[in-house]
Ligand binder design. Structure first.
Ligand code: GLY
Length: 419
């Protein structure tokens, strides 16, 4: 099978690494490349939808795997499917589960999925603006910008003052049209878990759960990031509980999307809060997580292409995906200044790592002299696989020490909830 992978970050390095090991792979093409990608991957550079369709056709690609959400929102899956090329990742209409928080709430409502109560408001409707102010004046609300906002469009507010200030900020113009609509969601509390379902548009199979660490500093302090580390599986949910969430969340959503003529093919990633009242959906993503994919791929011990192709082509294989009965844990090394800025060009020592550790690259580049250098905010995902959380943590941190660079930042408490 000829496969084209779209994207060049840490998540895509992990996908490329696992796909490259597939016995059913004939050739792996990638639209972007970073220095960690397998040498067997061939660069077929493409940035736009049209360019990606063109390189997929030119290379007789049988399956396109889309890493990030932006190309899905731009209609990449629509264009590839129109060209007859199976695509892992939903079409733009179904990608709205991630790109519009109001749409996701509408689908959850229709499908009876457990989530927080909410109010959807339109900036251009004076009655809605009044209702938004009245709701914020009650406090305990999450003010969420409807559209994509680079991870900065959610304001968690306890007091009325915080909520009213968040409303002003959301409608300050900083988010443009993404903030025309807002979702004002009742505040929930509890630990967060990521639950993934692969879907072919009709059926759903589960993958092990993960836990991400979104804040930059230890103890879940400081600003939000794309994710500073993750581990798989998350012990807050056993297999039966994951299956229960798939039954109450993923399958009803996939059925509702099919009913509306927007079949969901790819991975539906639900951010779940384990509240005292039970599991509640916080948000959906329509692609694999970053850095959750790094530990997920580390444990996925079989040929992944039948699963990815099955989801893309509308017929998942029978049975369940085979994951090692172990733990994988990823610690992200970020450059100085992240998440506000990033420091580029700092040399990275490529030290020895313990057995079972894989260093996934994200923001790296190799200079003319062959020196590996930082080239972005999140730079590396040092990922260890072991038989326990504690062992995986110790191995990953040994890898972190060997690859730390000047000014690098990392959290020292990845998997603290499991330990
Ligand atoms: N790590 C969170 C995400 O990928 O959205």
């Amino acid at each position: 099978m000829n496969v084209l992978l779209v994207g060049g970050g840490g998540r895509e390095h992990a996908l490329a690494w696992r796909i490259a090991q597939s016995p059913t792979l004939s050739a792996l093409y990638v639209t972007h490349v970073n220095p960690g990608f397998p040498a067997s991957a061939t660069l077929a550079a493409a940035s736009t939808v049209d360019e990606t369709v063109a390189v997929a056709k030119a290379n007789h690609v049988d399956l396109v795997v889309v890493g990030p959400e932006a190309p899905l929102a731009d209609g990449l899956a629509d264009a590839l499917i129109a060209a007859g090329i199976p695509t892992f990742g939903p079409q733009a209409a179904a990608a709205r589960l991630e790109t519009s928080k109001a749409f996701a709430k509408e689908i959850m409502d229709a499908a009876g999925v457990p989530t927080a109560g909410f109010l959807r408001v339109d900036r251009d409707d004076p009655a809605d603006v009044q209702a938004a102010k009245a709701r914020c004046a009650e406090g305990r609300v999450a003010v969420k910008v409807d559209g994509l906002a680079a991870g900065k469009g959610v304001f968690v507010c306890v007091t009325a003052d915080e909520a009213l200030a968040a409303l002003d900020e959301a409608w300050s113009g900083r988010f443009g049209e993404a903030a025309r609509f807002l979702v004002l969601e009742d505040l929930m509390s509890g630990p967060e878990v990521s639950v993934f379902g692969l879907s072919d548009g009709e059926s759903v199979v589960g993958l092990p759960s993960a836990q991400d660490h979104k804040r930059i500093f230890d103890g879940d302090q400081g600003p939000n990031t794309g994710g500073m580390g993750a581990y798989v599986p998350c012990p807050l949910l056993d297999r039966d509980q994951v299956e229960e969430i798939l039954e109450r969340v993923h399958r009803p959503v996939v059925a509702e999307m099919a009913r509306r003529g927007m079949p969901f093919r790819g991975v539906l990633f639900a951010g779940i809060m384990m509240t005292p009242e039970g599991a509640r959906v916080l948000e959906f993503n329509v692609r694999f997580g970053d850095p959750e994919t790094q530990p997920l791929m580390s444990l996925w011990d079989e040929d992944v292409l039948p699963w990815l192709y099955g989801a893309a082509s509308g017929e998942l294989p029978d049975g369940q995906p085979a994951f090692a009965d172990e733990v994988a844990l990823c610690v992200v090394l970020a450059s100085a200044g992240y998440p506000e800025t990033s420091t580029k060009g700092v040399a990275i020592p490529e030290g020895e790592v313990p057995d079972g550790v894989t260093v996934f690259h994200a923001g790296t580049r190799r200079d003319e002299a062959g020196v590996l250098r930082t080239n972005g905010g999140r730079v590396l995902g040092v990922t260890a696989r072991a038989s326990s959380v504690a062992e995986a943590r110790d191995k990953a941190y040994a890898g972190v020490e060997a690859w730390s660079f000047e000014g690098s930042q990392h959290r020292t408490d990845i998997a603290h909830q499991a330990l």
